[in-house]
Write a protein that binds this ligand. Structure first.
Ligand code: 5GP
Length: 173
């Protein structure tokens, strides 16, 4: 297994996180927000992002997975659900990466059924080429090519999440 050199450096990521947080702060000025992090992958992005958001917010998490190793199963499993009642609230879903779109689309529908006032999506990475289901990304960090990436919360086999940067991951051949 080989982790390449940084594809997105810690500095590039932090700059983007601040930009996204500023956009969110501007859009929700005067209001309140429920920020929901999709674990495990979004844990680092989520914690950096909320540090820079300037509107009052509450946080919650959902643990969802549609992935086994590097292959998508096309099926979303919920291991832990939010505790917060989101009815009538402004909600932002925070995801690490949108690949096929299956996970976010599933979660979006699931949360829309609970009648929030609004529901927006913030994703750090967008692997557009791989999209199977169309899902609106309101706040997007970077569009990336069709490569498997690790670091900054993203794993391979639950490892490499702690890297402060994002790297392309290759299986040794
Ligand atoms: P989707 O449902 O959009 O196909 O997949 C979303 C989930 O797949 C992400 O939350 C992430 O956990 C995983 N995933 C998709 N692409 C990658 C990737 O390049 N690297 C890693 N580590 N996970 C990925």
């Amino acid at each position: 297994m080989v982790v390449g050199k940084p594809f997105l450096t810690a500095e590039q990521i932090q700059d983007k996180v601040k930009t996204l947080a500023d956009m969110i702060s501007r859009d929700y000025e005067g209001g309140e927000l429920v920020a929901i992090g999709i674990l495990k992958g979004a844990f680092m992005f989520f914690s950096d992002l909320v540090k820079h958001i300037k509107v009052p917010l509450t946080i919650d998490f959902i643990i969802a997975s549609s992935y086994i190793k590097t292959e998508t199963t096309g099926e979303v499993k919920i291991y832990y659900d939010i505790r917060e009642d989101i009815t009538g609230k402004d909600v932002i879903l925070v995801e690490d990466i949108v690949d096929t779109g299956i996970t976010l689309n599933y979660l979006r529908e699931r949360f829309l059924n609970r009648s929030p006032r609004s529901l927006k999506i913030c994703a750090l990475l967008d692997k557009k080429e791989r999209r199977l289901v169309d899902v609106p990304i309101d706040y997007k960090g970077f569009e990336i090519p069709n490569e498997y990436v690790v670091g900054y919360g993203l794993d391979f086999d639950d490892k490499y999440r702690n890297l402060p940067y994002i790297a392309i991951f290759k299986k040794r051949v």
